[in-house]
Design a binder for this molecule. Structure first.
Ligand SMILES: Nc1ncnc2c1ncn2[C@@H]1O[C@H](COP(=O)(O)OP(=O)(O)OP(=O)(O)O)[C@@H](O)[C@H]1O
Ligand SMILES: [Mg+2]
Length: 260
């Protein structure tokens, strides 16, 4: 876990394409622009977190940290002012097949705990799977943010994910804060509004205040190796991720009482 006053957050959902990477990239940059010292960890062998910031997934990376206990600090690359990032490295997919016992789940936690000085924030982008990499993320973090798009299947998947996380945590004797992040929101349509209402009802006090709206600039920015703040600083995407970073810092969620 993190040092006092700092925070380790992972964006986790085994469902693909829900906005984990988009959120990791833009929350990391938003926090850095607000003056925080940020370390990004690309825990997805696809390397999209690194690529979105203009780094190569095949650079020496996190695989050396997890397999060979290379200190995390030795694999961090400068990505932006106040953002350093560790790319996945070519052997990261092999982690899922790693032999050994329970300690395999704690590798990332140990590496992160070894950061000295500890940054203000560590942001972890998870792969769309629920294997050993996801367990490593869970054990390394204080806070799990579950991005979810607004359809009914996403809702079911999220309830399942929440149950799984609680079961795993009980087994391991740990506890993380869990919050739900609504992504690709379109308030003009009926279904997303209904789903948001259900989310608030099913996960009281856990849905983050800012729903990130569907915004084409967010999808375009990575193609230019830019964050939303570089590509379209005036866009709704930039506004939403700026607000979301504040939500995370201040734990701003929909309070059940205020919504009643
Ligand atoms: N708010 C948004 N508005 C428009 N497009 C978005 C938004 N959020 C994400 N996208 C786009 O949706 C796609 C999936 O997003 P992203 O890669 O962040 O999801 P992911 O959960 O990391 O996916 P994976 O599970 O494959 O890692 C990308 O093309 C991304 O640019
Ligand atoms: Mg991703």
């Amino acid at each position: 876990m993190s040092a006092a006053g700092s925070r380790v957050t992972c964006f986790l959902n085994q469902k693909g394409g829900v906005g984990k990477t988009t959120s990791s990239v833009n929350v990391a940059h938003a926090l850095a622009r607000a003056g925080r010292d940020v370390v990004g960890i690309d825990l997805d062998p696809q390397g999209h977190f690194a690529a979105s910031l203009g780094l190569e997934g095949l650079d020496p990376g996190l695989d050396d940290v997890l397999f060979d206990q290379v200190p995390l600090a030795e694999r961090l690359q400068p990505a932006r002012e106040r953002v350093r990032l560790v790319p996945p490295g070519p052997r990261l997919p092999e982690v899922e097949q790693m032999a050994g016992g329970r300690e395999r789940g704690w590798l990332l936690q140990r590496a992160v705990a070894g950061l000295d000085p500890f940054p203000d924030y560590v942001v972890i982008d998870c792969p769309p799977s629920s294997g050993l990499l996801a367990i490593n993320a869970l054990l390394a973090t204080d806070e799990v943010v579950m991005p979810v798009s607004c359809d009914y299947l996403a809702l079911e998947g999220l309830a399942g994910l929440m149950r799984t996380l609680m079961r795993v945590e009980r087994g391991l004797g740990i506890h993380t804060r869990k919050c739900v992040l609504v992504t690709r929101y379109n308030g003009q349509r009926r279904l997303p509004k209904e789903v948001l209402g259900k989310l608030k009802e099913y996960f009281p006090g856990q849905v983050l205040k800012t729903a990130v709206r569907d915004n084409v600039a967010l999808a375009e920015a990575p193609g230019f190796g830019q964050t939303i703040f570089e590509y379209r600083p005036e866009s709704n995407g930039a506004k939403d991720y700026r607000a979301l970073a504040e939500d995370l810092e201040q734990h701003r969620v929909f309070e059940p009482a205020a919504e009643a």
